[in-house]
Design a binder for this molecule. Structure first.
Ligand code: ACO
Length: 331
């Protein structure tokens, strides 16, 4: 194992305290716990406090990741933040997190790849580290999806939750070595999932507010099909890039968007035992977009279920459309 290969050397996550259960949702929209569980596998999700923002959750996860990496904040020389719910359109949430954690005057930028943001971010961090551009890159994925969810729309409001994950990527000898990454996008399907207003097409106006255009708009059925196909494709592409076979994979962590999507992907990995496909996060926290696979990886590691030399295949899919996969090896 070359010393220069980028590795995740520390991880952390943060979930807000407030729980929004299926029973709570039954009181808000016409839905049932039974419908939500059978269609999505979700039981609960977390909701950030009124004055708790994407940057606050991200900063908390970041400090945990830096501590886990046994570094101090001053060691971080680049900050990347993956989010589709930034505190503001600008300045970037990365700059706000830089201030909140007390980092040095280091470069900080946001990445917009929706639910694939964590894996897109890893690819940038890997390139920075392996090209010796930065030594210790902090990657944060944080989402306050409750700020863009329409709690009158039962087809979307049951699906999403808030939370953050963070990782420190460096070239230390041990950690999760980033063996391969495969990314893709399809802008031809951009209208399947979007936040219609607030950008240059439909700047905020009385009309955009009246038409409820500042909330998530989604074609769930179509996305379901794309999600399964693209995550399978990304997973197999990064296996090929790493010169690995399906049987070399110890754990599979698909984007935690819907348990049925996860199960459909798992079926395409015939040699992987069901219990090696992680889906605890979707059950407890719903779809946390960019944060989802990062939270799942952190949880899996903290529960000490990943042994030395085991491999984890992460795959994600989201608005754009965007998708990605990465293979990590515990070394
Ligand atoms: N409670 C009760 N009934 C509901 C609810 C609800 N919360 N939501 C929809 N229904 C109804 C519908 O109105 C429909 O009723 P109808 O047949 O009378 O018209 C019925 O349930 C079935 O609706 P479908 O949309 O066909 O349900 P489906 O089985 O496709 O499940 C779901 C919907 C859960 C959204 C699914 O399509 C899905 O998960 N899609 C992927 C969505 C996703 O993952 N998006 C994000 C990906 S990218 C990212 O993570 C940002």
């Amino acid at each position: 194992m070359g010393l220069n290969k980028a590795k995740i050397i520390g991880m952390g996550s943060y979930l807000p305290e407030k729980v929004l259960s299926n029973k709570d949702l039954e009181k808000i929209v016409e839905t049932t716990d039974e419908w939500i569980v059978t269609r999505t596998g979700m039981k609960e999700r977390r909701i950030a406090g009124k004055n708790e923002y994407t940057s606050d959750m991200g900063a908390k996860a970041a400090l945990k990741a830096i501590e886990d990496a046994k570094l101090s904040v001053g060691d971080i020389d680049c900050i990347l933040v993956a989010t589709l719910t930034p505190d503001y359109t600008f300045p970037s949430t990365a700059c706000l997190i830089q201030k909140k954690i007390g980092a040095g005057m280091v470069p900080a930028l946001d990445i917009q790849a929706a639910c694939s943001g964590y894996i897109y971010g890893l690819s940038i961090a890997k390139a920075f580290v392996e090209q010796n551009i930065y030594r210790n890159v902090l990657l944060v994925a944080s989402e306050k999806l409750s700020s863009i969810v329409n709690y009158k729309d039962r087809t979307t409001c049951v699906l999403f939750g808030d939370g953050a994950a963070a990782s420190v990527i460096s070239s230390s000898p041990s950690g999760f070595s980033i063996e391969s990454i495969s990314l893709g996008s399809d802008g031809f399907q951009a209208d399947l999932l979007q936040l219609p207003a607030g950008g240059s097409v439909h700047p905020a106006s009385f009309e955009t507010v009246a038409k409820e255009m500042h909330y998530i708009s989604m074609n769930g059925k179509e996305l379901f099909k794309h999600a399964v196909r693209r995550m399978e494709q990304a997973s197999k592409a990064c296996l090929e890039k790493a010169n690995m076979k399906e049987t070399d994979i110890s754990w599979l962590i698909p984007h935690q968007a819907n348990e049925r999507i996860i199960d459909a992907i798992a079926k395409r990995f015939q040699h992987l035992l069901k219990e090696k496909v992680y889906k605890e996060v979707v059950r407890k926290y719903g779809n946390t977009s960019a944060s989802s696979v990062g939270i799942a990886l952190d949880e899996l590691k903290k529960n000490q279920k990943i042994c030395l030399n085991e491999t984890v295949l992460l795959t994600a899919f989201g608005a754009g459309l965007t998708w990605g996969g990465t293979i990590l090896k515990s070394v």
